[in-house]
Write a protein of this length. Sequence first.
Length: 377
Amino acid sequence: MLAASLAAGGAAGPAGSSARQCPAGQVSRGGTCLPGDTEEFTARQVADALQKYKLTAAMAGVWVDGQRVSTAAAGETMTGFPATTDMRFRIGSVAIPYMTTELLKLVDEGKVALDDKLSRWRPDLPHADEITLKMMASASSGYADYVTDKAFIAALYENPFRHWTGEELVRIAVSRPMARPPGSGFAYSHANWVLLGDIISKVERRPLGEVLRENVLEPMGLTGTAISSRADIPAPVLHGFDNERGVFEDSTYWDPSWTVAEGAVMTGTLEDMAKSFAAIGEGKLLTPESHELQLTPVVKVKGDASFALGLPVVNTWILQNPSFAGYAGTVAYLPSRKLAIATVATQGLGSTVQNASTNVLQAIAGHLAPERPLSLG
């Protein structure tokens, strides 16, 4: 099942507006030139991915300067019920730059500095007098990742409905050998985000979710995004499916408490993912200095990819690509074109890749902005 739409009013506007002259075969959208077949190309990539990667559902959307250009959905949320682009799903690591945005707001307010040591809040943790807020925000603290711990994986698979506390997760991470010395390079650890969330809550003296809702989500206008460390998802729900436990099963209501900090566990929509990354890419909530800090690469990951404060940067695109419990998503923003793309995929029986949404987004990005190819390897 396929649904696609082109934003009304997306064509050239009146003189003096965002309209511009474009080469043959291209049209003006939000002040930039895009291929005239953007709507058809987006819909085709979604439909093709559904078949190629054996997905249950797939969707994608394109926005320029906040203006919706095209959205498409294919497949089903459940048998007999078509997936639609307004459905809610777990956004996972998309919320991480929301946390680093709040962290930088605290920097702007003079409440913290990026060079502040972890020991200011957690002197009990190993290497706390060496690890800075900037290291945690750039995934270079050196802490091991609890998500790859064998005992954690076994416990998660034994009971995917178990609710985890942040302290449980941090203790698993610090019980393992350091992945590398603090500040010496990239070593992705979910413990960084759990600790950052806890620190933000301590500085603001209120729950992280309350802080993020008031200071980040509401100012960004994310009306389709909800915070809950429990398993509930507001309707309409895009169901997730997974085969990690050896059987293909509905994973929609598995407990997500282990994924990021409590208060940063969120569900959202395709449009909100794109809207939020446009806001981050344009620095709408930060001073120019902090905005530059957020998007400036800190550590090399691999190939063209680096990690800034809470998000990867590839060829000037900023992005996130969460994948867990049968859900996969990718959102990317290209500041030079004010171009936002968001994609989502849910696993199907016999799915061939872990995050098919990334492949869909790369194809769309290559078609719309060939001068800035996006490859996540």
